[in-house]
Design a protein around this ligand. Structure first.
Ligand SMILES: CC(C)(COP(=O)(O)OP(=O)(O)OC[C@H]1O[C@@H](n2cnc3c(N)ncnc32)[C@H](O)[C@@H]1OP(=O)(O)O)[C@@H](O)C(=O)NCCC(=O)NCCS
Length: 370
């Protein structure tokens, strides 16, 4: 197998269905977790058919040597890209009180994979460099940026132009028996049908927040129903495979009784560390009662995690108020700065840089992960 060179011409194209099955079978060794290969293949088809990903919302890409293209070509590397809605706003020009908020397309790139026999020859780098360029020009809408969640540290993707952003979270341990719920009367559960209207409120508020003056460019993925549904479809599929005894994971989060604060979550059944991920925390309520409301929501999350045998509750990029409330809920809350896994890495398209010095990634929470 030759090493990637500047003299070889590579082709970045979509895989055939047979190639896609082959690639997914290969990378099942990395990402199938508790699923069998056949369950993993079915899951990939299942989550490719959600509102977010169907009808071209998700595209798969393979790198082949152009000289072999007529014969299909040996697949040198592969990945996929999910198209999402995002907002971008820029620092004010002159004395503007409000800045325009542009709705753009943004891509989440995932499942970056090089077959073991092809590794270390530069193929992933070539593929990602070509993909970065290709995504800028896709479709009729303006493409604002693309992101990756690196599981291989901060350097590899940074060298290619996807710069690392804040990657901190807190973990609340879930012990058996789970502690008594704090302020249970302050919250009620959220179900599937509650999600869309809440996402619409959240999105409208985000747009308004981004229209205020700020010294940096700001970007945010729209926390819409399609995005939450993608996460929920995933957990429902995996849940049915690994914990069929517990039925469908129907509770999708919780909301305070006055409806000004809510939390959406998803279950991760990974063998390495099953956990309940908070996808998004919305806090529109007044200062009064904040601590109790947040504690009540986190306490409900811990209880739900316990019911599903998940060992911790994880909250990405938590506000100080959330950290404080978490400590009131359980002992042993830890703050984690991720150095290797799930590093949000951003490449802006257009003028300006992509690093934290130039761009603020607003709502860098788990819902944006793919
Ligand atoms: C990561 C992966 C895609 C790299 O593919 P590749 O074609 O071998 O990569 P390239 O040859 O283009 O680049 C090699 C670089 O990747 C780095 N790299 C490879 N695996 C790495 C790892 N696990 N952690 C950190 N860096 C890694 C190498 O150190 C090398 O860096 P250098 O150029 O600074 O020396 C491949 O190893 C793979 O498929 N791994 C399993 C799946 C995976 O982890 N995917 C990434 C998910 S974010």
């Amino acid at each position: 197998m030759p090493t990637a060179t500047t003299t070889t011409t590579y082709l970045l194209r979509h895989p055939t269905p047979t190639e896609l099955t082959h690639i997914r079978t290969q990378h099942s060794t990395c990402w199938a977790g508790a699923l069998s290969v056949s369950q993993y293949l079915t899951r990939e088809d299942h989550i490719a058919s959600t509102h977010l990903t169907r009808n071209g919302g998700m595209t798969q890409w393979v790198l082949v040597d152009a000289a072999d293209a007529d014969t299909g070509g040996h697949i040198l590397a592969s990945c996929e890209a999910i198209q999402k809605k995002a907002f971008v706003s820029h620092p004010p020009v002159d004395g503007e009180k409000r800045v325009p908020v542009e709705e753009v397309v943004a891509y989440g790139i995932g499942s970056v994979f090089t077959p073991p026999e092809c590794r270390g020859k530069g193929y992933a780098k070539v593929m990602l460099a070509m993909l970065g360029e290709r995504l800028k020009r896709r479709g009729g809408q303006r493409v604002g940026f693309s992101v990756l969640y690196s599981d291989i540290g901060k350097q590899f993707y940074a060298k290619l132009g996807w710069l690392p952003h804040k990657s901190s979270h807190i973990e609340l341990p879930v012990r058996t028996p789970t502690p008594a719920r704090l302020h249970p009367s302050r919250v009620q559960p959220l179900y599937h049908d509650d999600i869309a209207p809440l996402c619409a409120l959240d999105t409208a508020a985000l747009r308004t927040a981004l229209s205020t003056r700020h010294p940096k460019t700001r970007v945010a993925f729209v926390p819409d129903y399609s995005t939450m549904h993608w996460h929920h479809s995933r957990e429902e599929f995996i849940g049915a495979c690994v914990r069929p005894d517990l039925g469908a994971p129907a509770i999708k989060g919780c909301i305070t009784t006055c409806g000004t604060r809510w939390m959406m979550w998803g279950r991760d059944f990974s063998v390495a560390g099953p956990r309940l991920y908070v996808l998004r925390i919305v806090d529109f309520g007044p200062e009064e009662g904040r601590r109790e409301d947040l504690a009540a929501m986190l306490s409900a999350a811990v209880e739900e995690a316990g019911r599903w045998g998940l060992g911790r509750v994880v909250v990405w990029s938590p506000a100080e108020s959330v950290v404080g409330a978490a400590r009131a809920v359980v002992d042993g809350v830890v703050g984690v700065e991720r150095e290797c896994e799930s590093i949000p890495s951003l490449m802006m398209y257009g003028k300006g840089g992509s690093g934290e010095a130039e761009v603020e990634w607003v709502l860098n929470e788990k819902y944006a992960w793919c």
